[in-house]
Design a protein around this ligand. Structure first.
Ligand SMILES: [Zn+2]
Length: 351
């Protein structure tokens, strides 16, 4: 990965934006693609739609989602503690004791998720997993009035966890789900040659984590023939993962090409063909349902879209220390570019 790409990736994951609050992330994405696109629009939900080779055919949509999981302040008590609603799927075990940022009208302020210390628990309590309403965010305020001068109901809260390089070309950060996806979208737009036939819409979609909401509206607007979602997928090379249940996906073994009813069989086959031809490492995962990714709503837009789904192997999903392999990102971008370059206006994608 080039230094410039790495810097951009780090900037993406160190920017904050849970569902409905993605604006700062979108600004970075827009700036990244502005020079290589014919136009860059932001829709009324906040999704960014950037198109390269606008007059080409067919229209291909590339989708990543810009939101991360987070929280919203729901209640401020008289002592100045903040109680929150979840935005996206949190494991309460992960939340306990984390450092967070509360995003206020006047900028971010630090907080921590507090919980009663082990010494204060009775033996039964010690065994139990916390529930979200039993946790609170402590910003150091002494009274409710003091807290309310700084924060408002509905302010968003995200994890305060930066990017860090790890051994073996791996990295950890919060929100690789799915800043890694919009990273791949923008770097693909930037890497396309001028002589492609297709027009390529790169979408940084909002509000995926709360029900695939931004992609639904954006796909309707673009009206593509082909739509490719790029999202993280579980790496199973961890202790205790049951491969019989979940399959065998590894970190660093290449992007994942998903196969199943949520994916057009010819789109799947084309991805495999171009990966082999260009000697790009890849892995295949099967999903027997409409996936929990934007690919689900992309496929069902209007009269249907020839849909593909590429996965970025990720350990510790929905955790402030999500881990991925930087090589997998580079290879996913190569795979997307090779796919797009192979698409002609004459291709028939009907199964
Ligand atoms: Zn997610």
């Amino acid at each position: 990965m080039t230094k410039d790409s790495l810097q951009y990736l780090q900037q993406l994951v160190e920017t904050h934006g849970s569902a409905g609050y993605e604006q700062n992330v979108q600004t970075i994405f827009r700036e990244r693609v502005a020079k290589v696109c014919d136009r860059v629009d932001t829709d009324i939900l906040g999704s960014v739609l950037a198109v390269a080779n606008q007059t080409g055919s067919p229209r291909i949509l590339l989708d990543g989602h810009s939101d991360e999981i987070g929280f919203l302040i729901r209640y401020i008590d008289d002592s100045g503690y903040l109680f929150v609603a979840a935005s996206g799927g949190w494991d309460e075990e992960v939340i306990v004791s984390q450092r967070v940022l509360v995003h206020t009208a006047n900028g971010p302020i630090p907080g921590v998720f507090g919980k009663k210390a082990i010494h204060l628990m009775d033996p039964e309590e010690r065994k139990k997993k916390s529930e979200l309403h039993q946790l609170w965010v402590d910003i150091g305020a002494s009274t409710g009035a003091e807290a309310k001068e700084l924060v408002e109901i509905g302010d968003s809260i995200t994890m305060d966890a930066g990017f860090r390089h790890m051994l073996g070309g791996r990295a950890v950060a919060k929100s690789f789900d799915n800043r890694a996806g919009i990273f791949c979208v923008s770097e693909t737009l930037r890497g396309l040659k001028k002589n492609i036939q297709a027009s390529v819409y790169g979408v940084a979609a909002v509000q995926e984590e709360i029900g695939l909401r931004g992609a639904k509206a954006a796909t309707y607007a673009v009206d593509p023939l082909i739509g490719i979602a790029i999202d993280v997928t579980h790496a199973l090379d961890i202790p205790d993962a049951n491969k019989r249940k979940a399959g065998d996906i590894k970190l660093g073994a290449g992007p994942v090409i998903v196969r199943g009813p949520n994916v057009n069989p010819k789109v799947f086959r084309r991805f495999v063909e171009v990966a082999k031809k260009k000697e790009i490492p890849y892995q295949v995962a099967a999903s027997g349902i409409g996936t929990g990714t934007d690919a689900n709503v992309i496929q069902l837009s209007r009269a249907g879209v020839a849909t593909g789904l590429l996965g970025i192997p990720l350990r510790y999903m929905h955790n402030p220390c999500e881990m991925l392999s930087l090589d997998d990102l580079d290879n996913l971008v190569k795979l997307l570019i090779a796919f797009i370059e192979s698409v002609t206006a004459k291709d028939d994608w009907t199964p």
